[in-house]
Design a protein around this ligand. Structure first.
Ligand SMILES: Cc1ncc(C[n+]2csc(CCOP(=O)(O)OP(=O)(O)O)c2C)c(N)n1
Ligand SMILES: [Mg+2]
Length: 291
């Protein structure tokens, strides 16, 4: 029987931090590996985001979240709401690493009868809480889930994973405003800021800085970290959970697309990438175990 994972439990020993970071680095490496293997199945996809976001997902699934891999509907779980449906490949990779999905399903990625469609569908995939895709829906849903959990006196947290492109949506800010009005201290938003989106660099499509000040002005507790620095992420997730203030929390994560694979890092127009068939093997070979 698989035991439940308890979230928010960084190891207290003197060298515990180093051991925790080494374990998280191994998990992030495996998440990148799973994502690359799914990319290889289709020959294309939203792979660069998955590589950039893998460190955040490692901390989320192997430090912060409370869940039961054998029972994705366990009532006391923390909820992880992916509103960025095109990041599904990244979430599948994390769910595979977490033991919620079997690794053998990688081969079915994106095919018609697969539980792993290219854009996330909650009814298809164990561990996927909402169907994303139409950007700007995740935070409003998260606010509703938080209110519902509070009514049930639940101690579960709700994490909403957003992107910088999703900050262009007015509904995101409407939800941000209502979250502080309702004092949703069970809500943790995680924003992947890779400064890219479908139409080019996010800062050129619609400037979004100063990001910390914007969220603060909406009444949120804000942390901003290097989203490819596991130690910094680990601390930020612990602080967000342990904060004793009646406020929603946001962790802004600055990440680098393609992280871990040198020839994909810094690739231009990386929103949706096609990689030559022989280059997937090269990508897997080049993948580095580091954060
Ligand atoms: C409401 C809505 N508008 C437009 C789109 C089309 N769309 C899909 S992904 C995307 C870019 C979103 O930005 P981001 O997630 O930051 O892109 P990435 O970092 O993955 O390149 C857009 C505009 C959508 N899915 N939903
Ligand atoms: Mg982006």
């Amino acid at each position: 029987m698989v035991s439940e994972r308890q979230g928010g439990s960084a190891t207290p020993q003197a060298d515990g931090g180093n051991r925790l970071t080494a374990e998280l680095a191994r998990r992030a490496y495996n998440i990148r590996r799973h994502a690359l293997r799914m990319g290889e199945v289709q020959g294309q996809g939203y792979v660069a985001q998955a590589l950039g976001f893998a460190d955040v997902l490692a901390v989320l699934y192997f430090q912060a979240l409370r869940y039961n891999p054998a029972d994705p509907h366990w009532e006391e779980r923390d909820r992880c709401l992916l509103s960025i449906g095109h990041y599904a490949i990244a979430l599948y990779a994390a769910l595979i690493e977490a033991g919620v999905l079997p690794e053998t399903e990688i081969e079915s990625y994106g095919s018609d009868d697969s539980r792993l469609p290219m854009s996330g569908m909650a009814s298809y995939t164990p561990g996927m809480e909402i169907s994303g895709g139409s950007l700007g829906q995740g935070l409003p849903i998260a606010v509703g889930v938080c209110l519902g959990l509070k009514r049930k006196a639940s101690r579960s947290f709700v994490y909403n994973l957003l992107s910088d492109g999703e900050l262009n949506e007015g509904s995101t800010w409407e939800a941000a405003q209502s979250a502080s009005h309702w004092q949703l201290d069970n809500l943790i938003a995680v924003v992947d800021v890779n400064n890219q989106q479908a139409d080019g660099p996010s800062s050129q499509v619609m400037s979004f800085e100063p990001l910390e000040a914007r969220w603060q002005s909406f009444g949120w507790h804000v942390a901003r970290v290097d989203g490819n620095d596991l130690a910094a992420l680990s601390e930020a997730f612990d602080s967000a959970r342990n904060l004793q203030e009646p406020k929603p929390r946001v962790i802004i994560c600055d990440t680098r697309m393609g992280r871990g694979v040198p020839f994909l890092e810094g690739r231009e127009k990386a929103h949706f990438i096609r990689v030559d068939p022989d280059e997937w093997a090269l990508a897997l070979e080049q993948l580095r175990l580091e954060a």
